[in-house]
Design a protein around this ligand. Structure first.
Ligand code: ASP
Length: 442
């Protein structure tokens, strides 16, 4: 069997619903369908989830929430009516309306998936299984043991089921919301629980591109990549697949396909175990990056022998509660990378505190740094590739401020000035496309 998850743009209106039906009906193995909330379309510029978040704000502020609720209802009713569905969705809308004043954030924001799921289940003729009855969380953790039983029994009983994504329930039955983009996680968990032969993630792009198409014209599509490669690219913000959705399918080596609901014929990107991916001639699988990092470098002679200094530094950083993204190190220095938005209003105080309390020789700050990651399974087998890319960037007059290769051996990260970000990505892309990897030593 296959689990097929359809993202927000794939279920945005009646036209998209029809495409989903065609896809589901063209393969009888697609017996479990997961949907996001209706997303953006040409006519609808706002996702239902964002409308619900806005509705919650209006409720809290005591401003006119009726209008927003009316807009959400109209979207749902239009899909129902355009498809001539015999579903009493007014009843569900009315229940939600009655709950507005005392419901939780998780309940309200998950209603987009709930309503879209109800409509899609009716349209496909699949049994609607409310995610709150089968996807169980114990605190922050997904409870596989409890959920497994429930999911399997619903599947055995109805054989064709639709489960709304993005939420489940806590042990006390209240709604538990997942992070944004969480329907990917729901689908991945269901594929794991039901031992699917394939997890299909239907979106509005034909798979994952090697590089951001806004930077590289006609970027090549990645036909096949490993879970690790996908996770690294997702972490660097490629945005096609929720980062946390990789783990469940990977744990059971369930192949995952990222496909385009608008162009199923284009084939998409397949994600597999490393053992199932043949190395090809291409040296880099994908390139991704983010701008706006700040680097704080602390310096002290023979720092690597002064653990107590590092402890003091970490204590300072912990006090300011900011997430550290990378920590490249040398003998006499350590650099900490932060997202600029996390640190900007605390930077001066942090630097002052580090200087005053940690006994350092120097503290250096570099702002407006972009990170560009080249990801490839081949990097672990041919470390010389990273050096080649570095030479190439150097020859292209890009000043690489830092190179990070520790942590994951399938990724090398280059830190460059923000203004060199696009150029760096284009150059690495060219290098990856046109260099013959067989000539690079193992
Ligand atoms: N609807 C939710 C969001 O917009 C979850 C999802 O689409 O997966 O984040």
């Amino acid at each position: 069997m296959k689990v097929a998850k359809f993202g927000g743009s794939s279920v945005a209106d009646a036209i998209q619903f029809k495409k989903v039906k065609n896809i589901v009906e063209s393969d009888s193995k697609r017996s479990v369908v997961v949907v996001s909330a209706a997303g953006k379309s040409q006519k609808e510029p706002v996702k239902v989830t964002d409308m619900l978040i806005k509705l919650e704000k209006a409720l809290k502020a005591g401003t006119d929430f009726q209008l927003l609720f009316g807009h959400i209802s109209a979207r749902v009713l239009k899909i129902r009516d355009d498809l001539n569905l015999d579903v009493n969705i007014e009843q569900d809308l009315d229940d939600i309306y009655q709950n507005l004043n005392h419901c939780s954030h998780d309940y309200l924001v998950s209603r987009g998936e709930f309503l879209t799921g109800k409509l899609m289940a009716a349209y496909l003729g699949y049994h609607f299984v409310d995610a709150k009855d089968v996807m169980i969380f114990d605190g922050d953790q997904f409870d596989y043991a409890k959920s497994s039983e429930k999911v399997k029994s619903a599947y055995q009983r109805y054989s064709r089921i639709l489960v709304p994504g993005f939420y489940g329930a806590n042990l006390d039955g209240s709604i538990h919301l997942m992070p944004r983009g969480g329907s990917d996680i729901s689908g991945s968990i269901l594929a794991k629980l039901l031992d699917a032969e394939l997890y299909e993630n239907w979106t509005d792009v034909s798979g994952i591109l090697m590089a951001d198409p806004r930077i590289v014209n006609h970027s090549k599509k990645i036909d096949i990549l490993t879970y690790d490669e996908l996770q690294e690219l997702s972490y660097m913000g490629i945005g096609v697949f929720q980062e946390e959705a990789v783990r469940p399918v990977r744990e059971k080596s369930i192949p995952t396909k990222i496909l385009n609901t608008n162009h199923p014929e284009e084939g998409g990107t397949l994600v597999v175990d490393a053992k199932d991916k043949q190395l090809n001639d291409q040296i880099i699988t994908g390139i991704a990056g983010k701008k706006n990092y700040t680097v704080i470098t602390i310096k002290k002679y023979q720092l690597n022998k002064h653990i107590e200094v590092l402890q003091k530094v970490l204590a300072v950083l912990q006090k300011f509660r900011i997430a550290i993204n990378y920590v490249p190190s040398g003998n006499d220095s350590f650099s900490f990378l932060f997202q600029q938005s996390d640190i900007s209003n605390k930077l001066e105080s942090i630097v002052l505190k580090l200087k005053q309390t940690c006994g350092l020789d120097d503290v250096e700050v570099n702002k407006d740094i972009a990170l560009v990651a080249a990801v490839s399974l081949q990097l672990s087998k041919r470390p010389a590739i990273a050096g080649k890319i570095l030479d190439y960037l150097d020859n292209s007059l890009i000043n690489v401020r830092l190179v990070i290769q520790e942590g994951s051996d399938i990724k090398v990260v280059f830190g460059v000035a923000n203004e060199d970000y696009e150029k760096t990505i284009s150059k690495i892309y060219r290098e990856a496309m046109f260099r013959d990897y067989k000539k690079i030593p193992a």
